[in-house]
Design a protein around this ligand. Structure first.
Ligand SMILES: *[C@@H]1O[C@H](CO)[C@@H](O)[C@H](O)[C@H]1NC(C)=O
Ligand SMILES: *[C@@H]1O[C@H](CO)[C@@H](O)[C@H](O)[C@H]1NC(C)=O
Ligand SMILES: *[C@@H]1O[C@H](CO)[C@@H](O)[C@H](O)[C@H]1NC(C)=O
Ligand SMILES: *[C@@H]1O[C@H](CO)[C@@H](O)[C@H](O)[C@H]1NC(C)=O
Ligand SMILES: *[C@@H]1O[C@H](CO)[C@@H](O)[C@H](O)[C@H]1NC(C)=O
Ligand SMILES: *[C@@H]1O[C@H](CO)[C@@H](O)[C@H](O)[C@H]1NC(C)=O
Ligand SMILES: *[C@@H]1O[C@H](CO)[C@@H](O)[C@H](O)[C@H]1NC(C)=O
Ligand SMILES: *[C@@H]1O[C@H](CO)[C@@H](O)[C@H](O)[C@H]1NC(C)=O
Ligand SMILES: *[C@@H]1O[C@H](CO)[C@@H](O)[C@H](O)[C@H]1NC(C)=O
Ligand SMILES: *[C@@H]1O[C@H](CO)[C@@H](O)[C@H](O)[C@H]1NC(C)=O
Length: 846
């Protein structure tokens, strides 16, 4: 009986306790230091906390499941409480008030006047991270919400911008990691002319989004407001923009494809180091991964090239700034010292407003700051042209809305500031060019310029001829056999000659046999896709092991249902991909297309993928350095085949350790190649809104701008190479302020301590320290920020296997540190070093 009583009491106590840590504060209840509110879905927690090393107490909201406390909102950010006497409660007037109990002092309040609700109001922490004060018990009227008073974090479904009801909301960084007080960086909307978002440092603009052009922000062409996301890609959120009389706001919402390694928490932060960062939570890495950031490159920083300057990182000549047509550097000396901040001025005697002024189209740009522009949304482009031509103060015009044709009219009256060039997206700007300049240009093209042009043309033709001859010669060599070819690449490891793949078999017409499997065969082979047979889940679908009736083991990839192609097109694509055969590629045996199902059938490799070996200390210890080196070379050879030797010129786009399979004798085989093609994205350098790929392996131009080329594969290869050597994942790396492995290696490299990163399990076997160093060096060359600086895959192999002098690598991409927020400052110092000092000579071992 007593026991029964005890149990009942406990049960009641339990009920009381759980109800006391609910999500709501009611009148006559208070939240003391040590108590917490937990939102109903357990996503967020509200309570008292002390940031970093500080002992001050603040009321804040943070993620419930993220172990490293990540605060998304702070109430009393500028008025900390000393000691644990703080109390959060609803006062008799219905306001939320935080008071310091020891001094009986209010440190923060919602400050609402003329409340009608009083006793019945309540404050609830929602599962979105929003802390809401309701007027009455039925929770129908919201009187205050934390989403309208943000600190440094923009959460999904939160609005940023301007609302009639609450005004502008401004995101400000913390003062430092230990102090959530209002810091100096600010992210806010400016409503002059057309709305634009800015990042400020104090009162100085440091980054500009550009105006909304109906499709995206002019300066962030990748953040399109698209409809339904594509399951194939790792598209993680939906982004939207609203502009009407009541509000001008942006929001984003989470849309998560949670295959292995994907994410379900996401936050946009004004970072105290001066950047705007978008993070997602990566469950597999147990850490935050930054997938977008601004400003990232030189052209991103506001007015980097001054007035009337254009910033172009895609120009292969060295300096990114150039003056617009009809302009010249204001201060020539500074310009040659690479300081364009003073901008450009009109050329002498070339004032606009002559009779023959014309407008030259500058394509693919981020249009200039519209703070000094005028907008008329009802004009067509033609009318816009006439309007601008008629007005002498008008220096340029552009279309205000490019979704569904060009309409709306933006005209600039004054300096054109903060223009940047994109390679193949962005908008057109129509620049007013005076007749004098136009005349000069035509004359000049026959004069001095003409001569130079002719020289360039002749030189290029000669070079092309030379290349043609050379390739003919090489082709002949190759036809004759592979002996010569081998010496061009590696002597050391080629058990089978490099490049003896599909091309030759192709020529004899024996291959390209694609078996079309019957769905019933596949179903019985995989025991109806049983869980026991599931090998894993990749970017494009799940993979199952199967056994055909004849005993052959196969791996079946069941493609996600969304694919742009019909059956016939799909079959053609498979046929061409099946032709790609190389000892370092996983062999495609056939496919199965039936009842909406599309499946690929591959040879089965029992040894699983490379990540199972290199990131596992135990298994890794069984592989010696020479084997690792062979694996590296094997992957490189497979990549060369895809990039250069196969007819299709395949860009893999998702090269990573888990996509490298190993056969029984530990030969690497690249898998998942060509899948990007099947999904209908096969241009050589195209941009794409869906970013297929894996964070940590993606090159900056791909991750940020969706640009991919063989050089983005080279970047991924570089990351993979460093991972193989170090035995660590790129993204799982938190040390010395460095965000990732690449950054860490780079730091050590610059200190001449590169060998320190080689993981200890290799210690005994790397007699060939030089070879390891050379690999690290090549890895760093592959991950350089700027794609044209990266070597091609055949250059990679050549560098790995020959004792040539290697160039000194430039600063890799994604090496951001807390200490220096200008990634370029450090690389400038490095370039001064002599190249020869740092080069390494390797004596080939075998
Ligand atoms: C709050 O407490 C006061 C005094 O203890 C009491 O008079 C009042 O009814 C309480 N209000 C509610 C809503 O419980
Ligand atoms: C906080 O309280 C401690 C002990 O009462 C005192 O020494 C310290 O000066 C106080 N700090 C502030 C900032 O008030
Ligand atoms: C604290 O302040 C409240 C309201 O201002 C007042 O009613 C109360 O008496 C004060 N308590 C102390 C201990 O001063
Ligand atoms: C409330 O008003 C006071 C005084 O006007 C001000 O100092 C404080 O910052 C305000 N608090 C909030 C949260 O707006
Ligand atoms: C842009 O133009 C399209 C098509 O004319 C229209 O649907 C859209 O509302 C316009 N957007 C803005 C922001 O004016
Ligand atoms: C995806 O998320 C849902 C709900 O959170 C969960 O039930 C499911 O297991 C997840 N799938 C994978 C593959 O992680
Ligand atoms: C700022 O960025 C750094 C990495 O660059 C990160 O470690 C830090 O947590 C970020 N700050 C916030 C508030 O997210
Ligand atoms: C590239 O740079 C050169 C030299 O600075 C400049 O003359 C040329 O106009 C630039 N090209 C573009 C497209 O900006
Ligand atoms: C836009 O242009 C139209 C047509 O010329 C004109 O009627 C209208 O007043 C202009 N609107 C503004 C805001 O200037
Ligand atoms: C030219 O445009 C400016 C700015 O819109 C305006 O102030 C000025 O009156 C215009 N001049 C003429 C001649 O229309």
């Amino acid at each position: 009986m007593n026991h029964m009583k005890e149990i009942v009491t406990y049960f009641l106590l339990f009920l009381l306790q759980t109800s006391s840590s609910t999500d709501t504060i009611r009148p006559n209840q208070s939240l003391k230091d040590g108590d917490i509110l937990v939102s109903s879905g357990k996503a967020f927690v509200l309570g008292f906390f002390s940031p970093g090393k500080s002992s001050n107490r603040y009321v804040g909201i943070w993620y419930n499941k993220v172990v490293e406390q990540t605060v998304v909102w702070v109430a009393n950010r500028d008025n900390p409480i000393n000691g644990t006497s703080g109390v959060l409660a609803i006062d008799p007037a219905g306001n939320l008030v935080l008071s310091d109990g020891s001094h009986n002092l209010s440190v923060w309040s919602t400050n609402l006047t003329s409340m009608i609700m009083k006793k019945s109001s309540s404050a609830q922490l929602m599962d979105s991270g929003n802390f809401v004060l309701f007027q009455d018990q039925s929770k129908s009227v919201i009187t205050w919400q934390s989403f309208d008073y943000p600190t440094n974090t923009m959460l999904p479904n939160m609005k940023a911008g301007w609302q009639k009801r609450t005004g502008l909301n401004i995101f400000t960084s913390w003062k430092s990691h230990d102090d959530p007080g209002t810091g100096e960086y600010m992210f806010k909307l400016e409503l002059i002319c057309t709305p634009q978002f800015f990042l400020f440092k104090g009162t100085k603009k440091i980054w500009r989004s550009g105006p909304w052009n109906g499709r995206a922000w002019s300066g962030v062409p990748d953040l399109v407001s698209s409809g339904v996301p594509d399951l194939v890609s790792n598209f993680i959120f939906k982004f939207s923009y609203v502009e009407n009389d009541d509000e001008v706001t942006i929001t984003y919402s989470r849309l998560v494809v949670n295959e292995s390694g994907t994410l379900d928490l996401i936050r946009l932060v004004v970072n105290e180091s001066g950047t705007l960062d978008w993070f997602t939570w990566q469950e597999s890495e147990r850490g935050w991964a930054r997938f977008w950031s601004a400003p990232t490159d030189r052209c991103d920083s506001y007015a980097h090239c001054g007035a009337s300057g254009n910033c172009n990182l895609y120009n292969l000549s060295e300096f990114e700034c150039s003056c617009l047509q009809g302009f010249e550097p204001k201060i020539e000396r500074q310009w040659y010292l690479r300081d364009a901040s003073r901008g450009c001025k009109r050329k002498q005697g070339e004032n606009i407003c002559g009779n023959g002024d014309r407008f030259n189209k500058v394509t693919n740009v981020k249009i200039p700051d519209t703070s000094i522009a005028r907008v008329n949304k009802s004009l067509e482009l033609r009318e816009c042209h006439d309007l601008c031509l008629k007005n002498c103060s008008c220096t340029a015009f552009a279309s205000a809305n490019i979704s569904g044709g060009e309409n709306g009219c933006l005209t600039w009256h004054g300096d054109l500031v903060d223009i940047r060039q994109f390679s193949n997206k962005g908008q057109d700007l129509y620049l007013r060019v005076p007749d004098v300049e136009l005349a000069k240009y035509t004359r000049n093209s026959r004069g001095f310029h003409g001569k130079r042009l002719a020289t360039i043309v002749i030189v290029s033709i000669l070079a092309m001829l030379l290349i043609l001859l050379l390739s003919c010669w090489l082709l002949k060599k190759k036809r004759k056999g592979t002996g010569q070819r081998k010496s061009r690449y590696c002597f050391s490891t080629g058990l089978t000659s490099y490049g003896s793949g599909g091309e030759e078999r192709d020529g004899s017409g024996t291959s390209a046999e694609v078996s079309i499997f019957d769905l019933s065969t596949i179903v019985s082979a995989t025991e109806d896709f049983s869980l026991a047979n599931k090998l894993g889940e990749g970017g494009f679908g799940a993979v199952y092991k199967g056994r055909l009736p004849n005993g052959q083991e196969i791996a079946v990839k069941r493609l996600s249902k969304i694919s742009g192609q019909g059956g016939e097109e799909f079959k053609n694509e498979i046929t061409s991909i099946a032709r790609l055969q190389h000892r370092n590629l996983v062999r495609l045996l056939g496919c199965c297309i039936q009842q909406d199902e599309k499946m690929l059938v591959y040879e089965y490799l029992p040894n699983k993928s490379l990540d199972n070996f290199i990131f596992d200390e135990e298994r890794r210890s069984h592989i010696d350095w020479s084997k690792l080196f062979e694996i590296i070379l094997g992957i490189a050879r497979g990549m060369i085949y895809l990039h250069e030797d196969s007819r299709l010129k395949i860009i893999h786009r998702d090269l990573k350790a888990s996509n490298i399979l190993l056969d029984t004798s530990m030969n690497p085989k690249i898998s998942d190649f060509g899948l990007a093609r099947i999904f209908g994205v096969d241009q050589i350098e195209a941009n794409t809104n869906r970013v297929v790929g894996t964070y940590g392996y993606m090159s900056p131009e791909y991750a940020m701008e969706g640009l991919f080329s063989i050089k983005s594969d080279v970047y991924s290869f570089g990351v993979l190479l460093l991972e193989i050597i170090c035995g660590r994942k790129n993204s799982s790396f938190f040390q010395d302020n460095t965000v990732n492995l690449v950054g860490y290696v780079w730091d050590l490299w610059r200190e001449d301590r590169a060998l320190d990163i080689v993981d200890s399990s290799l210690n005994n076997s790397y007699k060939e320290a030089n070879q390891v160093l050379r690999c690290i060096h090549v890895g760093l060359l592959c991950v350089q920020e700027y794609a044209p600086h990266r070597p091609t895959m055949s250059e990679v192999i050549f560098m790995l296997c020959n004792e040539t002098t290697l160039p000194y690598p430039k600063q890799p991409a994604f090496v951001f540190k807390k200490a220096s927020n200008t990634p370029y400052s450090s690389s400038a110092g490095v370039e001064n070093r002599s190249v020869n000092d740092m080069s390494i000579t390797v004596v080939e071992a075998r």
